[in-house]
Design a protein around this ligand. Structure first.
Ligand SMILES: Cc1cc2nc3c(=O)[nH]c(=O)nc-3n(C[C@H](O)[C@H](O)[C@H](O)COP(=O)(O)OP(=O)(O)OC[C@H]3O[C@@H](n4cnc5c(N)ncnc54)[C@H](O)[C@@H]3O)c2cc1C
Length: 356
C-alpha cells in the first residue's frame, strides 16, 4: 500500500462511482488508495442490471458485459393490459463483470485497491479508521460508499429517504426485449420489475422503507402471477436486494479537518427517486470526482465548487422532477390508494410525468 502520509486520495467504496473516481484520479498522476468492504468487486450483485443506452459514452467497452439488448418498456398498471413504450433502448449487463471491469481499469492505472477492508469510523480531522485497525489519511477523501455512506454521514449528508428492495432471478421461458414494470396500489412508493437476461430474468420489487415487511409477500404474489401466466419458472436461482436512495441530490462537497471531501454516486443521492436507476449517475459523478480532486490538488481553489455545480447541472433537473413525481404518488398512497391514472401520471413512460 502507498505510504498513508503521502496519499493524495482515499476512496471508500469500489462500486461504479468509486472505481471510476479512482481511475480518473490515478490517470491524473495522483496516488490513490481505495478500500472496499466486499471481498471482491461486484459480489454479491445488488442490482436489476439495466442501463440506458447512453452509459456507453463514458465506459470504454460495455460489450463484454452486455447480456442482451433492450428496446422498449411495458408498463402493467394493476391488471390492465400493458402499455407499450417503444424506443426505450438500453442493455442488460452482467453487473458483477461490469463492476469487476471498472475496478480492473482502476488497478491498471496504479490504484491501490484493498478488498475485504471496511471503513469503521471517521474522525472530524479526517482520519479514517479501518476494521483491521489501520488508519488512513489523505488530502482528498472520496465517499463512494453507497446509499448509507459513512463518509457522507461524517460531513452531515445522509440519504434520509430510502426504498427497500427484494429481487430474485428466475428462468424466463420466452425471449423478451422489454423491461416490464408493474405499478399497483399494493406497492407503496415503489414498483415491481421483470428485466430479461436471455433465458433468465431479474424479478424484483421495491417499496418505501417503512413498508419493508411487505416485500416478501408482494414479490411472492408477483412471482406466482408470472408463473401462472407461463412467463417464468417457479425455481428461484438466487435472491438479492438492497437500499436505494430516493430523496434527491445531497450537497456532494465538504471538509474534514484539512481534507477535501467529495461524494459520488448513491452516496451523493444521485439515484433517480422514481426509477431507482443509479449506475449511469455513479459513473458520471465518479469520473468527475476523480477529475476535480486532481484540479483541487493542483491548486484550483474553485474545484470543489465546480464539482458541485457540474453535478447540479448534470443531475438536478431530472432528480427534482423525479422527487416531485415521487411526492405526488406518496401523497396519493397516504390519502387512500392511488388510482390507475395517478400511477401512470407519475411514471416515466407517460407524457404527464414529463409535463411541467
Ligand atoms: C435491487 C436493486 C436494483 C437496482 N437496479 C438498478 C438498475 O437496473 N439500473 C440502475 O441504473 N441502477 C440500479 N440500482 C441502483 C444502482 O445499483 C446504484 O445506483 C449503483 O450501484 C450506485 O453505484 P455506487 O458506486 O454509488 O454505489 P454502490 O454500487 O452501492 O457501491 C458502494 C460500494 O461501497 C462499499 N462500501 C459501503 N460501505 C463501506 C464501508 N464502510 N467500507 C468500505 N466499503 C464500503 C459497498 O460494499 C459497495 O461496493 C439498483 C439498486 C438495487 C438495490
Amino acid at each position: 500500500m502507498s505510504d498513508p502520509a503521502h496519499t493524495d486520495v482515499v476512496i471508500v467504496g469500489l462500486g461504479p462511482a468509486g472505481a471510476c473516481a479512482a481511475r480518473k484520479a490515478a490517470e491524473a498522476g495522483l496516488s490513490v488508495v481505495a478500500i472496499e468492504k466486499k471481498a471482491e468487486a461486484g459480489t454479491p450483485v445488488q442490482c436489476a442490471e439495466f442501463v440506458p443506452a447512453m452509459v456507453g459514452i463514458e465506459v470504454a467497452d460495455l460489450s463484454e458485459t452486455c447480456l442482451q439488448n433492450i428496446d422498449s418498456m411495458m408498463t402493467f398498471v394493476e391488471s390492465d393490459a400493458p402499455d407499450m413504450m417503444e424506443n426505450f433502448p438500453g442493455q442488460m449487463i452482467d453487473r458483477r463483470a461490469f463492476d469487476r471491469q471498472l475496478v480492473e481499469a482502476a488497478i491498471a492505472t496504479g490504484v491501490d485497491c484493498l478488498f475485504g477492508v471496511a471503513l469503521k469510523s471517521v474522525s472530524p480531522e479526517g482520519e479514517l479508521v479501518l476494521n483491521d485497525g489501520r488508519t488512513l489519511k489523505a488530502k482528498v477523501i472520496i465517499g463512494a460508499d453507497g446509499p448509507k455512506s459513512r463518509i457522507g454521514a461524517a460531513i452531515g449528508r445522509t440519504n434520509t429517504e430510502l426504498v427497500e428492495t427484494r429481487q430474485i432471478a428466475v428462468p424466463l421461458f420466452k425471449p423478451h426485449t422489454a423491461t416490464d414494470i408493474f405499478l399497483s396500489a399494493d406497492i407503496a412508493g415503489g414498483y415491481g420489475w421483470l428485466f430479461p437476461k436471455g433465458d433468465t430474468a431479474n424479478l424484483g420489487l421495491g417499496v418505501e422503507a417503512r413498508q419493508k415487511d411487505r416485500l416478501k409477500p408482494l414479490l411472492e404474489a408477483l412471482h406466482r402471477d408470472l408463473v401462472d401466466a407461463g412467463r417464468v419458472g417457479e425455481k428461484i436461482l438466487y435472491h438479492t436486494g438492497g437500499a436505494i436512495p430516493v430523496g434527491g441530490m445531497l450537497d456532494p462537497v465538504g471538509r474534514l479537518g484539512g481534507a477535501a471531501v467529495l461524494l459520488a454516486g448513491d452516496a451523493a443521492g444521485l439515484t433517480n427517486p422514481v426509477t431507482g436507476a443509479g449506475i449511469n449517475a455513479a459513473i458520471l459523478s465518479g469520473n468527475r470526482a476523480g477529475e476535480y480532486s486532481s484540479l483541487w490538488l493542483q491548486g484550483d481553489g474553485d474545484a470543489l465548487d465546480d464539482y458541485r455545480e457540474e453535478l447540479e447541472d448534470l443531475f438536478k433537473p431530472g432528480l427534482d422532477r423525479a422527487c416531485k413525481r415521487r411526492q405526488n404518488i406518496l401523497q396519493a398512497f397516504r390519502r387512500d390508494s392511488p388510482t390507475g391514472e395517478e400511477l401512470r401520471n407519475n411514471w416515466i413512460a407517460y407524457p404527464e410525468y414529463w409535463a411541467a
